[in-house]
Write a protein that binds this ligand. Structure first.
Ligand code: G4P
Length: 527
């Protein structure tokens, strides 16, 4: 292990923002890029608020799809660290994509609207982070508006998410009376000024502790006493910040701010530098892979059809897990055992992409391809490594699909194959019968799929209801499996990888199968 690699890896931070729509994820993303110097004006990343709402749900997703290659990964530098911010899709029908993105990050920032507290989508995404022990920094946003009291918010996080909380800063007032934050970690005071678009706030004034008399000169008397009381209570009631507990995912430091006004963003970045983990080691069934190993390895966690639908190329997003990657390198694509020379890997800047000349653990590089790469694929310098934990989820909605023109059935099979590789839907081929079954998590996905197959592959398709209620992967000992398969052939299918799937007609049917075959597992998630 070279000292150099150690150094480089320790300065990388790969993270995602999780939040409920409208909490301010897009705004905060922009501000992070602004501080990182990757963009120079707000509004550069994507359409926000009104712009987005003016469109239908469907168009919103369309629009997101268009820009999502550009904003899937945003890399920027700040304070001597190299940050990779991975975008998570906004619409909940695409939550599966988000789960996959979370397999590629080392930490997350949870954005909460101070008026709304923990909302449904925040909770759902938090649960995924918890499953993966992803450390979380909390950013409570919109303090320039009236919201819940700080203690109420802290208690809600603690109770709803069963997570210890430590305020890292303490807000002074709220809404019209919002004056700024007292930084409990550095004993500094950061006074609020309404942010000009693009203007960055000054660094906070240093204060000699909460009793410093300078405070009395800077703030109205009632707010100073409320602040002193708040800080004393916070220090008395909440556990002290414990980096280890944060890294293990059992404690979250909480920041308060106002993203739209650039307020609190610097503190958040400083916290990411000081506390957030550098790229982690990856456990595989073969061995533990260290990020500082010389040899390159990585896995594909997302595949995105290109922005230009007429252009059939796609980008596979690979997270590097180890080594010093250089453009033109020859790597082994382990699933096919083919050697591939990576001539044109791309890296992502705020709105642009550029050729990736080199990359390290924690970095995300895009591999342009014409198919053949799948989610979960691993690249290495020859060694067999299986990076686990990229899940497939049993779809909750199933429909039959057929081409309007029966002569195009074969083409349709190809299109479906490609979409399945991208993780855009689950595709099942019934053991008996000719029609494909398509499974998705959210209803909106059927519309998107029909549109994609029509525009990208020139095949108008029809989705029709099926008599199936749910799909489950079936695993277990060979003998039982064979018995089950011959007794249930009409409700069996194979998925994209050739694995057996049971298409149950209703909940009773599924339960009956479980009772009749106690040694088989009927899985909702396949890793
Ligand atoms: P999202 O990506 O999480 O869905 O949220 P987004 O950033 O788009 O923000 C949702 C709305 O909240 C936007 O308002 C945005 O301006 C506003 N917002 C974000 N941060 C703050 C903040 O710190 N304070 C206040 N007061 N508002 C904030 P919009 O009216 O929907 O859009 P826009 O016309 O302002 O862009």
């Amino acid at each position: 292990m070279s000292e150099n690699l150690n150094d480089i890896v320790s300065k990388r931070r790969t993270f995602a923002i999780i939040s409920h729509p409208d909490a301010g994820k897009t705004t905060l993303t922009e501000k992070l890029l602004l501080f990182g110097g990757a963009i120079n004006q707000a509004g550069a990343v994507k359409a926000r608020g009104e712009n987005r709402r003016a469109h239908s749900d469907w168009m919103k997703v369309e629009q997101e799809r268009g820009i999502s290659v550009a904003s899937s990964v945003m890399s920027f530098d700040y304070g001597g660290c190299a940050f990779n911010l991975l975008d998570t899709p906004g619409h909940e029908d695409f939550s599966e994509d988000t789960y996959r993105v979370l397999t590629a990050v080392d930490s997350a920032v949870m954005v909460i609207d101070c008026a709304k507290g923990i909302e449904a989508q925040t909770k759902k995404l938090f649960e995924v982070c918890r499953l993966r022990d992803i450390p979380i920094i909390t950013f409570i946003n919109k303090l320039d508006r009236d919201g819940q009291e700080p203690f109420a918010l802290l208690e809600e996080i603690e109770q709803t998410l069963a997570l210890d909380v430590t305020p890292a800063v303490w807000p002074i007032g709220m809404g019209r009376d919002f004056k700024g934050c007292f930084n409990l970690l550095t004993d500094s005071l950061n006074l609020f000024e309404k942010g000009e678009k693009g203007a960055l706030p000054k660094e906070g004034a240093h204060i000699e502790g909460i009793d410093d008399e300078k405070l009395d000169a800077l703030l109205p008397a009632d707010q100073v006493s409320a602040l002193r009381e708040g800080v004393e209570m916070a220090r008395g009631l909440c556990p002290a910040f414990d980096k280890q507990a944060y890294l293990e995912g059992s404690l979250t430091p909480v920041f308060f701010g106002s993203a739209v006004n650039n307020f609190g963003v610097r503190e958040l970045l400083e916290a990411l530098i000081a506390f957030a983990p550098a790229p982690k080691e990856q456990k595989t069934p073969e061995r533990t892979v260290l990020p500082t190993e010389e040899k390159v390895s990585g896995f594909v966690f997302k595949i995105q059809a290109n922005m230009d639908p007429k252009h059939r190329d796609r980008i596979a997003f690979m997270r590097l897990c180890s080594g010093h990657f250089k453009r033109g390198m020859k790597l082994t694509h382990l699933r096919t055992q083919k050697q591939v020379i990576l001539h044109n890997p791309v890296m992502f800047l705020a709105q642009d992409r550029a050729l990736a000349e080199e990359a390290f653990a924690g970095d995300i590089i895009g591999l342009p391809n014409h198919g053949g790469l799948r989610i979960g694929d691993v690249f290495s310098e020859g060694e067999t490594l299986t990076f686990k934990g990229i899940p497939s989820f049993a779809p909750e909605l199933l429909k039959k699909v057929r081409a309007q023109d029966p002569l195009k059935a074969k083409h349709l099979a190809k299109a479906l194959d490609q979409i399945a590789e991208e993780g855009g839907a689950s595709i099942f081929k019934p053991v008996h019968g000719f029609e494909w079954i398509v499974g998705v998590v959210g209803a909106l996905q059927f519309e998107i799929l029909a549109d994609r197959i029509r525009t990208e592959f020139d095949i108008p398709v029809i989705f029709e209801p099926t008599s199936y209620y749910t799909a489950r992967w079936v695993q277990g000992n060979k003998e039982q499996l064979q018995k089950f398969e011959s007794a249930n052939a009409v409700t069996l299918a194979t998925d994209h990888d050739g694995d057996t799937v049971f298409l149950a007609r209703n909940a009773w049917h599924l339960n009956k199968a479980r009772e009749d075959y106690p040694d088989l597992r009927f899985l909702k998630v396949k890793e």
